[in-house]
Design a protein. Structure first.
Length: 296
């Protein structure tokens, strides 16, 4: 995180900062809550809070740190609502060395799965993500977490040690599988989409369908959502494949011009009474798939 030295930011500046920081903030939120999908929800909530708080925030000497503090607190609120965390501990006041991890360890930590991060206590998880994944300094971590320096050092030291232990454990969790019903209806949607038969797609969606084109726009009703399909008909940088993202039935989107590459982004559908009721498309938020566990 780089500090901004200007005494204050104009509204246009903060809007630009939100756009620039969005992928980095999502990376933090996703690893804090253990899901790229929930991480985007937390991020959107945090950005709304940032916009609302900006008018009364006063001069911001370090806007990026201010945003991370909001994202951190929003993630903690989410975890509390989900009842997946113990009471946040302040950490022991011990003088423990917590320098930058070596290059190999840092790479291993940065590539740890979201599920692995979720096995760390919240304070350890946050400090490790901020330093070893996002490259923040100890002082910046203290400001974001509102912890003392010894407490951050302790959390960082213990978090790194536990991640190394977890990395040596075999991953014996069963892989999720898609039900036949989900595979059939996703398969039909994908087949029509890939064939550019958008009239058939319109027959699959509900009259009151809702679309969230994440980080771009939201549309309601079949008439408005039809424009979305029209936009896809004008480009050819996509090929859809049914799959799973974090165990949820999803549509993985690949670039046909890059054979063998990983999916660029994904879509989520929800059904009601046999029709597509909601569409969540991450085309304009490709950062969300970073770190996601997906299966085809």
């Amino acid at each position: 995180m780089k500090s901004v030295t200007e005494p204050s930011l104009a509204t246009s500046d903060i809007e630009g900062l939100l756009v620039a920081m969005r992928p980095k903030l999502h990376r933090y939120c996703a690893r804090m809550v253990g899901s790229v999908i929930d991480g985007e929800d937390v991020l959107q909530d945090a950005l709304i809070k940032a916009v609302e708080a900006f008018a009364s925030a006063g001069p911001l000497g370090n806007p990026e740190g201010w945003l991370f503090r909001i994202a951190h607190n929003t993630a903690l609120d989410f975890l509390r609502r989900r009842n997946r965390q113990e009471a946040l501990r302040s950490g022991e006041e011990v003088d423990m060395i917590a320098d930058q991890a070596d290059i190999v360890s840092s790479r291993q930590i940065a590539s740890a799965s979201l599920r692995t991060f979720m096995r760390l206590p919240v304070a350890q998880r946050s400090s490790v993500i901020l330093m070893d994944v996002l490259g923040c300094s100890l002082q910046e971590i203290c400001e974001v977490m509102d912890f003392s320096l010894p407490a951050v050092k302790a959390a960082l030291h213990r978090g790194r040690a536990q991640l190394r232990e977890l990395a040596d454990e075999p991953d014996d969790l069963p892989h999720p599988k898609m039900s036949e019903a989900d595979r059939d209806r996703l398969g039909a949607y994908v087949a029509h989409f890939n064939a550019r038969d958008f009239d058939a797609i319109r027959g699959l969606i509900a009259d009151d369908v809702r679309l969230d084109l994440v980080n771009k726009t939201r549309l309601n009703g079949k008439a408005e959502v039809s424009r979305y399909f029209g936009n896809y008909s004008k480009v050819s940088d996509w090929h859809l494949v049914p799959g799973l993202v974090e165990g949820h039935p999803a549509i993985l989107v690949f670039d046909p011009g890059e054979p063998g590459s990983a999916p660029k982004y994904f879509m989520l559908l929800q059904w009601a009474a046999g029709k597509v009721a909601t569409i969540r498309d991450f085309r304009h938020a490709a950062y969300v798939i970073d770190g996601a566990e997906y299966l085809i």
